[in-house]
Design a protein. Structure first.
Length: 101
């Protein structure tokens, strides 16, 4: 009984440790296809549409100035640093739009 319990405890510790591994954010580039306060969709140079969730921790920048997600416009060129959550969706960490000319 004790070896089985020890195995379960070790397996649980490994699973908890695996969940805390931090994968570096991925970077995506494209043009804003649509945006709201909760989500942004960009079109990549390959023509793919990618959706990113926006939460209260997401920083939205235009150059070096922080702006609101609502200030982004369709067609703006953006770079998004994002993290995958539970293998299902992307959370935008930082959205950086090209400065307006």
């Amino acid at each position: 009984m004790l070896p089985r319990l020890l195995s379960i405890v070790l397996l649980s510790a490994l699973l908890v440790g695996a969940q805390t591994l931090r994968v570096p954010p991925a970077t995506f580039n494209g043009m804003v296809h649509g945006v709201s306060n909760k989500q942004i969709t960009i079109e990549t140079t390959e023509g793919n549409l990618l959706d990113f969730d926006i939460n209260r921790k997401t920083k939205v920048m235009r150059g070096k100035k922080e702006i609101q997600a609502a200030d982004l416009e369709t067609g703006d060129r953006v770079t998004i640093d994002a993290r995958e959550v539970m293998g299902r969706y992307l959370i935008a960490l930082i959205i950086t739009a090209q400065p307006k000319n």
